[in-house]
Design a protein around this ligand. Structure first.
Ligand SMILES: Nc1nc2c(c(=O)[nH]1)N=C([C@H](O)[C@@H](O)CO)CN2
Length: 120
């Protein structure tokens, strides 16, 4: 099974349960692993046979900068649904982390896996 990975994408967005977090953007770090429905692009060398990672990132950035989420959990679920439903990936692993939420910690976050890996 082939996987597209994206590491340490930074997005400024409104997220959090406290009042100030609904007004002040925070930087999140996003990591993705996206299983591909097939490995056709490896044979054809054609972007039309690939899952275009730049389109995925653009789509995610648009959604995240246009609304507020309370919880990292809800954000991770929303990103996972976009990748499964809109980009037809069979499986995805989404990690989202706040970089400044916990004093003394580099980051705190959540990782969710959704869908099923296809054995090849
Ligand atoms: N499980 C979670 N716990 C907490 C979250 C969260 O998203 N998931 N968020 C907060 C606050 O927004 C916090 O990050 C503010 O610093 C607290 N706990």
């Amino acid at each position: 099974m082939d996987i597209i990975f994206l590491r340490e994408l930074k997005v400024d967005m409104l997220i959090g349960v406290y009042e100030w977090e609904k007004r002040v953007p925070q930087t999140l770090q996003i990591d993705l692993e996206i299983a591909l429905p097939n490995s056709r692009a490896c044979e054809t060398d054609d972007i039309n046979d690939a899952l275009d990672y730049s389109e995925i990132v653009r789509h995610i950035q648009n959604v995240l900068t246009s609304r507020h989420f309370n919880l990292l959990e809800a954000l991770a679920e929303h990103i996972a649904r976009i990748i499964l439903d809109d980009f037809k990936a069979p499986w995805v692993k989404v990690s989202v982390a706040k970089l400044q939420a916990i004093r003394g910690s580099k980051m705190v976050g959540i990782c969710v896996e959704r869908g099923a890996k296809i054995a090849r």
